[in-house]
Design a protein around this ligand. Structure first.
Ligand code: PGA
Length: 242
C-alpha cells in the first residue's frame, strides 16, 4: 500500500484521471470500476477532457459498477446509474455491451450479484478500481463489520451512509439497503486507488492508515493490498502526522 498526497483537489484529480487513462493506454481491454460520489467528480471531468484528445482506445474497455442503492429507481438523479451516465458514459466512448451495472429493478437481487460476479470472473480481475471512502470507513457499500470474504452482496446500510447519502438526492428519500462489489473483489483488483479530499475526511483517513486493521473500518483492509494507493489532497491528509 502506498500513500500519495497532493496539495489541492485539482492536482489530485489530474493525477487520478491520468492513472485511469494510462491503464487504458497500456491495456485496451482493461476492466475498470469507477466509483460514484462527490470526490471523483472532478477526476471524471478531467478524464473526459483527456479522452477527447483521443489517444486511448475505449472500445474494448470493460466497466463493472461498484454499487447501487437498492429500492431507488435507476432514473432517479441520485442513483449510481444516473451518476455514471451523466459523468462517465455520456462523456467517454465506452461500448454499451462492455458495461455491467447492478439492476436493482430485478426481483432477484441474489441473481444480480451472481451476474456481476460472473462478469468479473469472465473479464477480470479488475485492473483499476477507483473508490471513495465514507466517513464510516466504508468502501462501496462495504459497511463497518462486513465480512472480507464476500463478493457481490446486498447489505443493510449503516445510519451514517443513510444520512450522508441524502446529499445525492433532490429530495429526502428512504435509503435502507445497497448492492455492492464485495471486499473480496476490491482486494483482488490489480490496483485500487482510494481517493479522498477535504477536512471532513481527515479523521477517517487517519483511522484507515494508522488505526488497527479491522473489518469494522473496511478501508483499513486495503493496507494489506500491495496494489493499493491512498491518493489524498492535503486537507484529507492533515491528521496523518499528528
Ligand atoms: P463522497 O462519497 O465521494 O460523496 O464523499 C464517498 C463514499 O461514501 O464512498
Amino acid at each position: 500500500m502506498k500513500i500519495q498526497i497532493f496539495q489541492t483537489h485539482d492536482e489530485l484529480s489530474d493525477f487520478v484521471a491520468g492513472e485511469i487513462l494510462d491503464t487504458v493506454r497500456q491495456k485496451p481491454e482493461a476492466m475498470l470500476t469507477l466509483a460514484t460520489g462527490d470526490t471523483p467528480l472532478l477526476t471524471y471531468k478531467k478524464l473526459s477532457q483527456l479522452s477527447i484528445n483521443g489517444d486511448a482506445d475505449w472500445s474494448r474497455v470493460k466497466f463493472a459498477a461498484l454499487d447501487e442503492w437498492v429500492g431507488v429507481p435507476p432514473e432517479n438523479p441520485g442513483s449510481c446509474k444516473s451518476f455514471l451516465n451523466e459523468n462517465i458514459f455520456n462523456r467517454i466512448p465506452l461500448q454499451q455491451q462492455n458495461i455491467h451495472l447492478f439492476d436493482v429493478r430485478s426481483a432477484d437481487l441474489e441473481k444480480e450479484c451472481a451476474k456481476m460476479d460472473h462478469f468479473i470472473r469472465n473479464h477480470g480481475p479488475v485492473d483499476l478500481m477507483l473508490v471513495g471512502i465514507g466517513v464510516s470507513g466504508h468502501i462501496g457499500f462495504n459497511e463497518p463489520g462486513v465480512s472480507a470474504d464476500l463478493y457481490s452482496h446486498v447489505i443493510d446500510l449503516e445510519s451514517t451512509t443513510k444520512s450522508v447519502g441524502q446529499k445525492y438526492f433532490p429530495s429526502d428519500i428512504v435509503l435502507s439497503q445497497g448492492i455492492t462489489l464485495g471486499l473480496k473483489h476490491i482486494l483482488q483488483a490489480k490496483k485500487v486507488i482510494v481517493i479522498a479530499n477535504g477536512h471532513h475526511k481527515a479523521g477517517i483517513i487517519k483511522a484507515s492508515l494508522k488505526g488497527e486493521i479491522t473489518n469494522n473500518v473496511p478501508a483499513t483492509l486495503l493496507r494489506r493490498h500491495p496494489g493499493a494507493l491512498f491518493a489524498l489532497d492535503s486537507e484529507a491528509a492533515t491528521l496523518l502526522d499528528s
